[in-house]
Design a binder for this molecule. Sequence first.
Ligand code: GLY
Length: 316
Amino acid sequence: MEENVFVVYDRNVEDLALTLAPGRPAYPITADEDHKTIDSVMDICRWLLSQGADRNALVYAVGGGVTTDLVGFAASIYKRGVRYVNYPTTLLCQVDAGLGGKTGCNLDSYKNMIGVIAFPEQTRILPQALRTLPERELRSGAAEMLKSFIIEDLGGYYEKAVALLSAPEMDFDALGELVLAASEVKRRVVEKDPYEKNIRRYLNLGHTYAHAIEWYQHTHPTACPMTHGEAVSVGMVCAARLSEALGVCEKGLAAKIEADLKACRLPVELPCPESELEAALWKDKKAESGKIHFVLIEKIGKVTIKDLDDLHQYSE
Ligand code: GLY
């Protein structure tokens, strides 16, 4: 272990975090959406300064996506940028958020509105962390994992993942293999297009509707809002239906994907009438010049992007 390591961790995973760099300074944070703010980023920077972190510092980010986003952002601006390593402890972070260098925080109620792309020196996956993850969080991450295999399915991992996730008991060893395969999908996509000029947008499969659902739920608070992964699950079904309506894929694919996600115990229904999502769909930050870069599915393992300017005309 390097001498100049500084550990910033989600206080929910303290026991694990404190084993990673014993004896080194460690700082717990509250890692939820309400604390995903510029103030939290500044607090991390202040703490690094108080601990004498210099430009050679190496910051460990231990936790889920909120933690790696906040710590990555703080590390990328502290003293104009120091190195950081992600230790993702949730499935969602292991297959998506902890990879690819997107860092940042919310701006008022706008999610991930401030940030930079700053690549971690490494992402070190901790498979043991998944064994204690609450079931709902595990399923939420599973949606992003399935998303990766819909984008690219070189090893037939999509069907393996559906089989694993529909089984009554989780086989964590098999899950570990799928996590590595999904993280490789993301690595390959990001390597080709790190700054999201073209094919990195594939990783937004399901996210146009997911962000609209999240915005709708933010403005219409419910007792039990969908998690991000759950919203992505519904969003992938919407994307599959739209792909069929546009003739991008064969008939039946949307029904298959819907049935698979349901079998994986993920939601597939919009939480409100589609018309209610209209405004939110267009305010999504991915809508540029009046168009949405919509990720459509050609078949399992192949997606494409179409710039759509009116979703109504395509709905069945
Ligand atoms: N979560 C999508 C991306 O990293 O590009």
